[in-house]
Design a protein around this ligand. Structure first.
Ligand SMILES: CC(C)(COP(=O)(O)OP(=O)(O)OC[C@H]1O[C@@H](n2cnc3c(N)ncnc32)[C@H](O)[C@@H]1OP(=O)(O)O)[C@@H](O)C(=O)NCCC(=O)NCCS
Length: 130
């Protein structure tokens, strides 16, 4: 039985272990991850007892915009519905926000279409500093 929590503190080492299983966040150092945890207003952990098996976060003002990022399920636990539960909890939490954006590459677009996400035609630009 998994526990989905917005409140349980996420340890840096546990989140770093999940990030190492991704292509985009594997390089993040412990201090990067500590900063990210400290400054992200909405974070959801999926817990199997004390083991962090899934995670996602959202940057948001709580009303106008939210940006979902870093949706990750531990490799050994994929395909059993955890990602779906994470998205449902997160979207319920963000239900009062006008527009919810999500960072995802094209390969995951079909997955997120299950939750109502479409390719955005909004004027969304990005500048990379590194
Ligand atoms: C994408 C991810 C979060 C999904 O979590 P999950 O717990 O494995 O997914 P669920 O068990 O809720 O859903 C599995 C279903 O989604 C489908 N699915 C999984 N990844 C998919 C993808 N990239 N595109 C389309 N469908 C996908 C599976 O085929 C399965 O379909 P079914 O329900 O018809 O059997 C997880 O695979 C993951 O962490 N991947 C690596 C990190 C990543 O790419 N994150 C997204 C970055 S934005």
């Amino acid at each position: 039985m998994l526990d989905y929590s917005f409140h349980k503190a996420v340890p840096v080492s546990a989140l770093q272990a999940l990030f190492r299983q991704t292509s985009w966040a594997a390089h993040r150092t412990a201090s990067d991850v500590a900063l990210l945890i400290a400054n992200t207003p909405v974070q959801l952990g999926a817990w199997h007892a004390e083991l962090l098996v899934g995670y996602a976060r959202a940057l948001t003002d709580g009303r106008s915009r939210a940006l979902i990022d870093d949706v990750i399920v531990a490799e050994a636990h994929r395909g059993s519905g955890i990602g779906g539960e994470i998205m449902r909890h997160l979207l319920a939490r963000l239900a009062g926000v006008e527009e919810v954006y999500l960072l995802a590459d094209d390969r995951n677009a079909a997955y997120y279409s299950r939750f109502g996400f479409v390719q955005s035609t909004a004027n969304c630009l990005c500048r990379r500093n590194s």
